[in-house]
Write a protein that binds this ligand. Sequence first.
Ligand code: SF4
Length: 194
Amino acid sequence: MLAQALPRPHGEAPPALRGPNHAWLERILLAQRQGRSCLPVRLGLEDAAYAALIQANFPQLAGQYDSAPPQVPERGALRAELLELRRDEWQELRDLLINGRADREPFEEALACIVAAACLGGDHLWRDLGLASREQLRELLEYNFPRLAARNTHNMRWKKFFYRQLCEQDGGYVCRSPSCEHCPTYHDCFGEER
Ligand code: SF4
């Protein structure tokens, strides 16, 4: 099973994306379909939530996955299975993002699901999302999850920052040192992402 559907009252029209989210989501969608991200099929969203996203915002992209090379949908399906295996972790990341949301538009919740799914990849988060740069990821996070993004005062790499937040919440993801300053893997968490 894929990530949970976002509840929407029966019969209500799917919401349209506003502001820069449309361009970011389009880029994320195309990257996934072209095999340039780590995101699962349907970006990790439940069927209905994904269908609503496409229907309201990208009707021109409905069915475009059909023309992708066969390994792309296969890889997407495998990643959906991997997401299921790490569902608890995905949910904690998603909740962390949702708790810091801007409350500006309904698709913040879908974006939280998508960003959390990309956190399960092995590359830099911006690359695993299919974005152009770390800067673009920063803009997306500051726009949609400003209360969380504002806490990254030391410019940590975003994925590391999220796990550090979970670590501080309940210690579930143990850091290698009580303080970043004396941590032997400091450079994995801070600095450039190339
Ligand atoms: S630098 Fe070390 S202590 Fe700080 S977040 Fe990274 S792993 Fe954790």
